[in-house]
Design a protein around this ligand. Structure first.
Ligand SMILES: C[S@@+](CC[C@H](N)C(=O)[O-])C[C@H]1O[C@@H](n2cnc3c(N)ncnc32)[C@H](O)[C@@H]1O
Length: 115
């Protein structure tokens, strides 16, 4: 059986390189987060929305209710933690997967805090 590229990327730990390559290709093609939102809207706003849309929702709530603390269940790669750092005084992000927690750059403990 031929493994999918995604499976091979996971198996050989080349996911960070794959992500960096995708970002580079997007940059070379001139794609922006705005393009991702436009494409998502063109396709009828399917679930899940692009990450930037989720960030926008959280930013709206943070500002509307003047929230100071962000609690997230599911850190994954820590992208939302990074995006929310400027908005909250304290961030708690809880990740269930030990494998993800062991990845450099994701988290050194179960709780990430900022500021
Ligand atoms: C969709 S990803 C999270 C993406 C991340 N919040 C972001 O916006 O970049 C889901 C993550 O939740 C984790 N997870 C699933 N169930 C969980 C639970 N009950 N508690 C904590 N983490 C959980 C998974 O291991 C996975 O890393």
């Amino acid at each position: 059986m031929v493994p999918t590229f995604r499976a091979a990327a996971r198996k050989y730990s080349i996911e960070p390189a794959t992500r960096a390559m995708k970002k580079l290709l997007d940059w070379l093609k001139g794609n922006t987060p705005h393009d991702a939102v436009a494409e998502w809207e063109r396709r009828g706003r399917p679930v899940p929305p692009p990450h930037v849309v989720k960030q926008r929702v959280l930013r709206t709530y943070a500002e509307r209710f003047q929230l100071q603390i962000f609690v997230e269940t599911g850190t994954y790669r820590g992208d939302m933690v990074e995006a929310m750092k400027p908005l909250f005084h304290k961030i708690y992000s809880i990740e269930l997967s030990d494998a993800l927690l062991r990845k450099p750059g994701v988290a050194s403990s179960r709780t990430l805090t900022s500021n």
